[in-house]
Design a protein around this ligand. Sequence first.
Ligand code: GAL
Length: 669
Amino acid sequence: MKLGVCYYPEQWPEDWWADDARRMRDIGISHVRIAEFAWSVIEPEPDHFEWSWLDHAIETLHDQGLSIILCTPTATPPKWLVDAHPDILAVDAQGVTREFGSRRHYCFSSAVYRQQSQRITRLMATRYGEHPAVTAWQTDNEYGCHDTVLSYSPAARRAFRGWLKVRYQNIEALNHAWGSVFWSQCYRDFNEVDPPVAAVTETNPAHRLDWQRFASDEVVAFNREQVQILRELSPGRSLTHNFMGFFTGFNHHDVAADLDVASWDSYPLGFTQMFFLSPDEKTRWARSGHPDIASFHHDLYRGMCVGKSADDGTGSSDDKKTGRWWVMEQQPGPVNWAHWNPLPYNGMVRLWTWQAFAHGAELVSYFRWRQAPFAQEQMHAGLLRCDRSDDQGALEAAEVGKELVQLRQKLPIDNLSVRPNVALVFDYDALWMTQIQPQGADYNGLELCFRIYSAFRQMGLDVDVVSPHAVLSHYRLIVLPAMHHVSAALLAKLSASTAEIVLGPRTGSKTANFQIPANLAPGVLAELAGITIQRVASTPPGIAHEILLDGQTLTATRWREELRLNAATAEAWFEDGGVAISRHLLVRYVAAWLSPNSWYTLLRIAAVDAGLMVTDLPAALRVSRLGELTMVFNFGDEFLTWMPSYRAENLLGGAVLAPRDIAVWRSLP
Ligand code: GAL
């Protein structure tokens, strides 16, 4: 459990750096991320390098014993490079070039940019790769931020054709996979295929899915090129990339496969305002963030780099089931980019930090050290204010720093792991399918994953959000919330499992090529679930269906299906007698979009069936287990009480939690 910070020495007078480094140390910070946007100050002219400032910054941090997470600066190619090679710029869906002037102004398919990315990576790794202070590297910054995965440039078009050729070998196979006979879309040659854009109306969904897969593979390849150079020239360092929240623009599992540590950027208040929460939720959680937004991502990113070991001093997890992960950017105060940017309540920065540790984070790094008085993010808080005084974030980070020292005196805290019994299967490819053909304007697969996740947290259960390729054999409850397509390999794992299984609506409803399975939905799951889906319908707002489940009434909106029971039996019915939830051996299929409370009711039954201990927590209270520790978080405005039901020692806080307070308990034998 380490603290870090994102620092931009190039933005501050050089004679402030030593003081900054000393104050970081005093707060309890051990890791500093630098240089992700520094290309134009490292190489102000082509092949003319200004290394001295970066050398000095690294030495200054090193002198204070700080570890450095050095970044490749490829998220911001310099102006001279863009002017020399305008074709490195991406092109949007309207055919408009996305110009220089902000950041992420490059197309992943640009051959020139790929060479430039490797060139600058090699130069930086050659200079600093073996520096003792450099313990980790971050590749680029937030792939896909500002909607930058898809580019409709000529380079992307060419690369897409090449990608299709590799995938399908011959054009007939593509025509068959895409169903090109529909609307006379048959192609004679791969070179006839364009990106799915600017057509009169909806383009072929299989075409769009392949375009998305292709674009994702471009991100993977871009990242891999940097990784290969860093591994060669900077051996033994942890390689990471900082992923984002609620973002599905590329397959993160594929990118993470090349990394040692998954990291992500946690902005709970920004996400609360910007994503699918209801207006009431946005108001209620405006200053604390929805209690499950950060943890959903913690548990997702913990599942990315499974089975990697650490040798960079951030602690290690030798357990193959637990992935190494960090929070690379932690919100320290108001951000600048959401529709509204409220102040976090006092205590939230501390709470968010502890919540990340509770979910297994090796490092929580704040964004940013000091608020910038200039440019785009001048309204974004830092730990420090622009005038170098401590802002609330610094005070709370320092408090965590002290608490960590206190805790370490009592027990070793750096090698504990999270061991959930519940797995939520999360698949980017399947989510793209829900996005490409939602069939109802409010059908959002990502939201469905989040609502199901949130229900589990509200009943006090820890959750692993896992890839479809994950080992599933040790879980007692497995949920597939939004898996349109289920592979043969996943089917085999589910069939062999002794866990309770819950299948969300539309699971198995498509083939890998985005077609309706020959045996109808749920396709390959038909036998396991013992049902066939015969009709489906999206439901306009204002229409709700009641579902009767064992004396309780659930509510469904947005989506319902009509299913035929083959081997399964009915467990719940719509008010008109249709089957809403089926059950076959250990498998439930849910034929509707349930309200959050209804998911809670149903999943609680499934959890009890799985033999799990559920606790109905107040909406603002969360409990997480990490090794022998249990950590409790009060996100709300009222005092709340939580006591362990087993023999335990209290390490931080207590049974009564003030608003925004935390408690840490250690179970005793
Ligand atoms: C992140 C980004 C940072 C900074 C931050 C502001 O998305 O990686 O560079 O812009 O947001 O909240």
